[in-house]
Design a protein around this ligand. Structure first.
Ligand SMILES: [Zn+2]
Ligand SMILES: [Zn+2]
Length: 83
C-alpha cells in the first residue's frame, strides 16, 4: 500500500490530487493548497504541523485544544513529553 498510483483523493476536499500538487502528511494525501490547519484553516508548512486524530493542526490550535486546555501552564507534566 505504499504505491499511491493515480487514483488519489485529497483528504481535505475529496478531489483527485495530481502528482505535481501532491503533499503527503499525517499519512494522508493533500493538495498543497489544501494542507491547512483543521482548526482555523491557516496554511501549514510541511513538517511544522501538529498531528491529532489524523488531522493536521497549527501550533496555536493544537496548544489551545489539546495541550494545555485552560491556558494555564503552571501544572505541566514532564511525563507527557514523549513523542
Ligand atoms: Zn484538496
Ligand atoms: Zn489552527
Amino acid at each position: 500500500m505504499t504505491d499511491l498510483g493515480d487514483d488519489v483523493k485529497c483528504a481535505r476536499c475529496g478531489e483527485e490530487v495530481y502528482q505535481s500538487e501532491r503533499l503527503r502528511a499525517v499519512n494522508k494525501v493533500y493538495h498543497k493548497i489544501c494542507f491547512k490547519c483543521a482548526g482555523c484553516d491557516s496554511a501549514l508548512s510541511l513538517g511544522k504541523e501538529f498531528k491529532r486524530d489524523g488531522h493536521p493542526f497549527c501550533k496555536k490550535c493544537y496548544d489551545s485544544n489539546y495541550r494545555v486546555g485552560q491556558g494555564n501552564r503552571v501544572r505541566r507534566k514532564k511525563k507527557e513529553e514523549e513523542t
